[in-house]
Design a protein around this ligand. Sequence first.
Ligand code: DP6
Length: 421
Amino acid sequence: MAGESHNWVLMVSAQTPTNIAVIKYWGKSDETLILPVNDSISVTLDPGHLCTTTTVAVSPSFEQDRMWLNGKEISLSGGRYQNCLREIRSRASEIEDKKKGIRITKKDWGKLHLHIASYNNFPTAAGLASSAAGFACLVFALAKLMNVKEDESQLSAIARQGSGSACRSLFGGFVKWIMGKEENGSDSLAVQLADEKHWDDLVIIIAVVSSRQKETSSTSGMRESVDTSLLLQHRAKEVVPKRISQMEEAIKNQDFPSFAQLTCADSNQFHAVCLDTSPPIFYMNDTSHRIISIVEKWNRFEETPQVAYTFDAGPNAVLIARNRKTATLLLQRLLYYFPPNPDTDVDSYIIGDKSILKDAGLEGRTDVEALPPPPEIKGNISSQKYQGDVSYFICTRPGRGPVLLSDESQALLNRETGLPN
Ligand code: DP6
């Protein structure tokens, strides 16, 4: 390792999006390599609203690998972190920074220690998939720091070993995780189906549902499903392969009715597999079910799907509207059924892309309780309201893949010490 002194710190920062599956990954055939029992397809969410930022640093003065998540030091001893670090180190190449007088050979990378700081721009407690963006960002940033020559798909196979869904966050737009055939997992990786500009009418609204319940983690939930659910076997073999090709077609043709029908059916089947697990797993709650009913009723009333819904391993609803106009109508409905608590104003109740709020004529409004009932329930007296059952809404859209942050002011580690800022 060439370098006059030992006090240099070299670092890289990156930003990586999260993603929502429209054809779900649920079940592994290999727990260590994280190999799935079926292919899956996701939409990448705009990192402007939901993302992870990670800074990785290397210095001869670091005594061990260390990591800080949202400002708190966490252990890197877990197998998933260790697997990602080992895989990425084994692909490192020589780098040279003549200005700083630094040269790191391939062999040096095995001996040097790393500091990693990661930050989510959304509350971890909200139960939004943070491990997907987190592992994708870790792998992407380390690959840049260590001059790894692999492409995004090859990097996705490393991120996969941190968390399955993370492999789909290496790309923007619409992404497929191909389960692969190789026993060593080398062909279990993500590919981009279409970029975020391909179908940019879509608007995504996430309802963060209030919940006091501690949920079963995806990792243990899917293990229990693999062990006990016959429906999971049927789903993986017979149902998903057909849905994958239909979903690819729907995305290619921007065919919203097919896209919505497949998305809703696949979310419902995933939750049916959870119910078919012994003991059964309940991720959705009454509020989740209510949101499904509202969307189903509206879609039926319009005679063609306006909105698709999908739920991961928790009660939050991810709603995909066919265009901005539909999104404004959706927001009005959501506010009608789930008005904010009296102490919350609309502007802090609906976050993310505020322009939808403006289009819906809801910006700064203080009288949302006066919104008229939607036409599909007119004449139906049982239109109850559920104030307080949704914590807040996030408006977003399909977004881009990982990017490097060249602006040093966005780094999470100090340039001189390599410790969190
Ligand atoms: C329901 O990727 O969190 O969100 O691979 O064990 O880390 P591990 O699980 P994880 O599972 C995600 C499951 C899901 C569906 C999906 O994202 O496809």
